[in-house]
Design a protein around this ligand. Structure first.
Ligand code: ZN
Length: 209
């Protein structure tokens, strides 16, 4: 899942306005950020799978630390402790919920490749088997969250740019022609994309000079 995670971040922003959007974006996507770093380091493994369905072209083969429910919960716990120390219990709770949301949103769409504990007991409801429905549902979730956040927001134009660019990027991924990509290339380009949207979220909230 890609933009659905950010949609959840937008909803958190609406409810907990004092927390920066870029930080919420890092939280909801932290599992994938770490997964791709682990792939580059050779700790976790993804591989290319030839398929006409764009969602099934990347198989997460061995992701026990980031994409197991247990690993995700540990990560959320670490984020909680860090922000409890750095900031407040409220920030810690919200960011930890953001981190933990990743697994539960992923499990809706993934085929049964999401482990509960390290590399075992893999689950996934497999909405990705219906690519058009998955794509439409994720975009709808993003737009809905965007509209909820935008109501009464002062920086409305920038948020519209952010949501539009998310839709464009996701459309690009979905409609891109099938091409075999090396795991390192997928990891590196995904990390670049996540950095871009984090920067954009920061820009959305920067006060105009
Ligand atoms: Zn993920």
């Amino acid at each position: 899942m890609f933009v659905g995670h950010y949609a959840f971040g937008l909803l958190l922003k609406k409810k907990f306005n004092e927390i920066s959007l870029w930080l919420l974006f890092v939280a909801v996507q932290l599992v994938d950020i770490l997964a791709f770093i682990f792939v580059l380091l050779g700790i976790e493994r993804i591989r290319y799978n030839p398929s006409p369905n764009p969602f099934l072209r990347t198989i997460i083969e061995y992701v026990p630390f980031t994409h197991s429910l247990f690993g995700n919960a540990i990560l959320a716990g670490m984020v909680f402790l860090l922000f409890w120390k750095l900031n407040s219990r409220r920030w810690a709770s919200v960011l930890a919920i953001g981190v933990l949301s990743h697994w539960f949103l992923d499990v809706l769409v993934h085929t049964p490749d999401m482990p509960l504990f390290f590399d075992s007991y893999k689950v996934g409801l497999g909405l990705w088997h219906l690519p058009i429905l998955s794509f439409a549902a994720e975009i709808a979730f993003l737009l809905l969250a965007g509209i909820i956040l935008l109501k009464g927001s002062p920086q409305i134009n920038r948020y519209i740019v952010l949501v539009t660019l998310l839709v464009v990027a996701y459309g690009g991924m979905f409609f891109a022609p099938e091409a075999e990509a090396k795991a390192a290339v997928v990891a590196f380009s995904s990390l670049t994309i996540y950095s871009f949207y984090t920067a954009l979220a920061y820009w959305c909230e920067r006060r105009k000079a």
